[in-house]
Design a protein around this ligand. Sequence first.
Ligand code: PAF
Length: 282
Amino acid sequence: MRTVHSLKELRTILRGYRRQGKTIGLVPTMGNLHEGHISLVRKAAEAADIVVTSIFVNPMQFGAGEDLESYPRTLAEDQEQLEAAGNTLVFAPTASEVYPDGLAQQTQVIVPDVSDGHCGASRPGHFEGVATVVSMLFNMVQPDFAVFGEKDFQQLAVIRKMVRDLMVPVEVVGAPTIRETDGLAKSSRNGYLSPAERKVAPVVYRTLRETAEKIEEGHPDLQALEQDATAKLSKAGLRPDYFNIVNSRTLKPATPEDSDITLLVAAFLGTTRLIDNLSITR
Ligand code: PAF
């Protein structure tokens, strides 16, 4: 497995593979890899001859006061895990390689509608940062397909719309959330939790499941369910950002008639912002 830091080197290597008729799968990440990321790499390796994993902590998607500086950077450990998972090439560019003119001068990709609300409301500019860097990674790697985790449900919706609207010739593949045995969704940010917070954290998924069960049983008042879930998280010591029950396709508030419903949650536990979701089909 090779690691390259420059776009020039990346393009030279990929040109060779493409000339040999190899298919290329991309797994975009910000590094500090866990089993969730590795499952994306394995999925890509099942379908592609060549798997490129990008590791780039993208400054454009972090807001003021967020964890850009403290975000864990663990390239050596990441490389070991990727090698074992069947990854071919790691692309780990610097910020100046990706944004040579600086962030302020960077052309941006704005994906309307699905970027609004939920995390988009709480983190202004976040999805513009994600859509911009993902479209750049697509242009840099020119993969046949790219794999993203369903844990970031709204992000996946934003990327799917971006690809559709801009007619990007890359297939977007979603992969299921990987969880700890107590239900907590695997996330690089779980490492920020203190032992006491880690014990409390599974309440997020528990609340998603209990609320989903009530919807499946035919509970008619979805707003009341959102309020109950929020209260439950607060009682457990979290600071809920939102708990929204939405139509899985539009991400707009669900109606009891919707057949595809997703429960989206974000909540702070101490200073750590956890997100999770659960989809049901009726
Ligand atoms: O999900 C992530 O880790 C990031 O948002 C992504 C897709 C790699 C873009 O920076």
